[in-house]
Design a protein around this ligand. Structure first.
Ligand code: TYD
Length: 133
């Protein structure tokens, strides 16, 4: 069975001093975390991603502001709007991904299942479709 991308609701402690959410590996994030990175200061209209990973799985949280993640499994293309810091989007390996429509001052946290490896990237959509088969 090929895993599907999905939104995962995170714990949320509402507090008049300010709210708190968290993620734990292999629990809310369905893999062991090897790396974290974040995307910020995205100028209006810019698009990030436009590639797939062969092995790397990711979990994306809009810590601040909002943006859209367009995921294409080859069988289905879906747009996920992230705008709450207590939801994460799980993106399994082998999914074509693009991030767009970033709001001003948005902050995307991405936790990943592998260390950075340029060899893990598929940059051509044709190649992506070929490797799916
Ligand atoms: P890239 O993954 O291509 O960004 P995006 O998919 O959002 O367009 O990464 C941009 C640059 O940053 C690229 O030169 C590789 C580098 N990079 C790292 O060195 N380590 C990392 O963990 C990531 C995600 C990127």
């Amino acid at each position: 069975m090929i895993e599907q991308p999905r939104l995962i609701q995170l714990p949320k402690f509402l507090d008049k001093r300010g709210n708190l959410s968290f993620i734990e590996e292999c629990k809310h994030v369905p893999f062991k975390i090897e790396r974290s990175y974040w995307i910020y200061d995205v100028p209006g209209g810019q698009v990030r991603g436009g590639h797939a990973y062969r092995r790397n799985k990711e979990f994306i949280v809009a810590l601040s502001g909002s943006f859209d993640v367009v995921l294409d499994t080859g069988a289905e293309k879906k747009l996920f709007s992230l705008n709450r810091s207590y939801f994460g989007l799980y993106v399994p390996e082998g999914v074509w991904r693009q991030m767009q429509n970033f709001s001003t001052n948005s902050l995307a946290l991405v936790v990943a299942s592998t260390l950075f490896d340029p060899e893990d990237y598929i940059y051509s959509y044709e190649q992506f479709k070929a490797e799916l088969r």
